[in-house]
Design a protein around this ligand. Structure first.
Ligand code: COA
Length: 635
């Protein structure tokens, strides 16, 4: 159904395309260095609409490894009908091309609405990724507060670059990337609605926020992080303020209002109206929504073995461990939440609508580097205003909503199986030495692992960045290809010679890399097909048969939803599966090792994150062994 960073829509009946989301409108604040951001953005190309024939052909090719012969024959007929001269496909293509001429990006507004704001499953697990940092070197409250103070200072340091528009422009293959997502992640928040959510971005208001929100023992505080002269608080001032917050929130049985944000979006949308009916509650919620980011100072986490500690940290970052642990110590609608545990467990959770993982990770890399620097300035803390406690009046109705939310998050937390592993035998170094794309090598290993477990190939999603285009988000790299299918089928066949296996491996890796190039250049099939479907809805035409085809549904049932999120820090991002019988797989390939986070649902008997993790390790090892057995001349 959905893919992470994607949430592609199946069986969708309507579109919110007519609404222009506020967060995509980009006014320049007075504090910014005039227009540097805008002039960069203006220079970026617009997302192209691929040719219709090309997408139709590539769609049929992409189905080969996952559809059987009869299905394929049927789909080919539907595709021919769709693309014929003067047919529905041509009409929709023209409509889409017209849309592309009159918008900054023909896809981005549709995308944020459909993939995120109209998606009604809880953002927890189903949409918001977690990010696990290496365990930090502290194990008590003092260490937690010290680290958290440094972390706040690090984010504010990064924010200065955003405010001054001095963030270095990123490149991919030498081409500059769209930097818009960086301007969307701070001071923004998702707001629940009854049928669709919205996003507010206060960074663009005439009075941008000067505070963060802090949660400790399920209680929220507003902490001003700038002095009246506009300078950020120093680390020792921040420490002092965090100590005050911790002292003022010793009560252990406060109602966990934040747990409401873990709910199904329709339920939360209704509960939200009940919550903000009260004036005090409304003000408290507004202070959280407006804050630059949320800092979660977490309580205890379950005691686990060393081997399990990263997986346990992933649980905390993804959903907080349930109502007994830290799920109530969050505001999951907040775009960016930093999480600091007392035992050195650290990381983040982010609401996906405004941005993809890479900008978030770049910010976090900066923050982690910053926390390693020695403290610079010291300032007197005594005169600082007391951090403001955000009060909530809990009516019986709200109490009942909280209890309902506790039950649902406990069920969801109990259902999610997550396994974080460090594959330590090699990293990008080995594929590179064999002149192969490391990402493609890992994706082909995932295909082999899946095939070994299930003796078949499945629709596989990998996120590809569209940031070479203005306001670009993602498209899909379909990792299951005919070439990968031939490779996985031959690899364990005892009658296949090693030379042939290596040959098939190279072809599969090359096919993947070539799909990647196609996708990052705006020529993949998935967003184009979605655009054609949405165009039909926009023009009030009947939905074309190719989208009602069971094979289309199959093609969007991503049992493997995967993403590479690289980072300088030795961290790993994690997310849930996007279908009940699927896996979520995120990885950070470092030079000599690879961090993986794999997830599955316990209610599905066929899937098991731990088994997949083992199978992936085995596949990577076996692929390297095959390469090493092959004569060098061949490589
Ligand atoms: N021989 C030797 N080296 C090679 C090679 C080859 N044939 N092919 C690639 N490499 C090198 C690259 O030069 C690069 O070198 P570096 O480590 O010095 O930078 C490195 O291997 C990695 O390249 P590769 O593994 O091919 O991946 P990539 O960096 O091009 O990334 C994607 C591929 C798909 C992950 C990337 O294009 C992308 O779109 N990322 C966005 C993901 C995203 O948005 N996720 C969202 C999650 S919420």
């Amino acid at each position: 159904m959905w893919g992470i960073c994607s949430r592609t829509v199946v069986g969708m009946a309507k579109t919110g395309g007519s609404v222009r989301p506020q967060h995509l409108v980009k006014p320049v604040s007075a504090t910014r260095v005039a227009g540097r951001y805008l002039s960069h953005q203006k220079g970026l190309p617009c997302l192209p609409v691929p040719p219709l024939q090309q997408t139709c052909e590539r769609y049929v090719t992409a189905l080969e490894p996952i559809a059987d012969a009869d299905e394929l024959m049927h789909t080919k007929k539907l595709v021919e009908e769709f693309q014929k001269a003067g047919g529905l496909g041509e009409r929709l293509q023209k409509g889409l091309e017209k849309r592309a001429r009159s918008t900054e990006n023909w896809l981005s507004e549709w995308w944020v609405q459909l993939a995120y704001l109209e998606y009604r499953m809880p953002v927890v697990v189903h949409s918001s990724p977690g990010l696990v940092l290496p365990r930090m070197d502290f194990n008590d409250k003092l260490g937690q507060i010290r680290f958290a103070a440094k972390l706040i200072a690090g984010v504010l340091d990064f924010k200065t670059m955003i405010d001054n528009e001095t963030l270095p422009v990123e490149n991919m293959g030498g081409k500059p990337l769209c930097m818009n997502q960086y301007y969307e992640v701070l001071s923004s928040c998702r707001i629940p609605g009854l049928k669709r959510d919205s996003i507010v971005n206060h960074a663009k208001s005439s009075q941008p926020p000067k505070h963060i929100s802090v949660t400790h023992n399920f209680q929220f505080f507003q902490l001003d992080v700038y002095n009246s002269d506009g300078t950020p608080l120093t680390e020792d001032q921040l420490r002092h303020q965090l100590e005050r917050i911790c002292s003022a929130s010793q009560e252990m049985n406060a109602e966990p209002v934040g747990i409401l944000t873990t709910q199904h979006r329709d339920s939360w949308g209704e509960a939200y109206l009940r919550l903000i009916k009260d004036k005090t509650n409304k003000e408290s919620v507004a202070a959280i929504q407006k804050s630059i980011f949320t800092l979660c100072l977490d309580g205890a986490t379950p005691e686990v073995t060393q081997e399990m500690s990263r997986s346990c940290a992933a649980v905390q970052m993804l959903h907080g461990g349930g109502s007994r642990w830290n799920s109530g110590n969050r505001w999951f609608d907040k775009t960016l939440q930093f999480i600091v545990g007392e035992d050195g467990t650290c990381g983040a959770n982010y609401e996906h609508a405004p941005a993809e993982g890479p900008p978030i990770v770049a910010l976090i890399d900066h923050v982690v580097e910053y926390t390693r620097k020695p403290e610079t300035a010291r300032s007197p803390a005594a005169s600082l205003p007391t951090p403001r406690k955000l009060h909530f009046n809990i009516t019986p109705e709200i109490k009942s909503d909280i209890e309902e939310a506790k039950r649902s998050i406990d069920t969801l937390a109990g259902d999610l199986d997550i396994k974080v592993i460090v594959f330590s035998h090699f990293g990008k170094n080995v594929p590179k030495a064999h002149k192969m794309s490391p990402d493609a090598f890992i994706q082909v290993a995932l295909q082999l692992a899946f095939y070994r477990l299930y003796r078949r190939c499945c629709a596989t999603y990998e996120s590809a960045s569209l940031r070479m285009y203005r306001l670009g988000r993602t498209d899909t790299i379909r990792s299951a290809s005919s070439a990968s299918a031939s490779f996985v089928k031959a690899f364990d066949n005892p009658s296949t010679q090693n030379m042939e296996k290596v040959d098939l491996m190279e072809k599969a890796v090359k096919a993947h890399r070539s799909y990647t190039n196609m996708a990052i250049n705006g020529q993949a099939i998935d967003r184009h097909l979605l655009g054609l479907k949405l165009q039909a809805i926009e023009e009030k035409l009947s939905i074309p048969e190719i989208f009602k085809d069971s094979v289309y549904t199959k093609a969007l049932h991503y049992q493997l939803s995967t993403s590479q999120v690289p980072s300088k820090t030795d961290c790993v991002m994690c997310f849930g599966p996007v279908v009940p019988d699927g896996y979520g797989v995120c990885y950070n390939p470092m030079n000599d090792h690879i961090n993986f986070a794999m997830s599955s649902f316990n209610t599905c008997e066929e899937t098991d994150a731990g088994r997949l993790a083992q199978a992936v390790e085995g596949a990577l090892m076996d692929m390297r062994a095959a390469l090493e057995r092959a004569p060098r001349a061949k490589l």
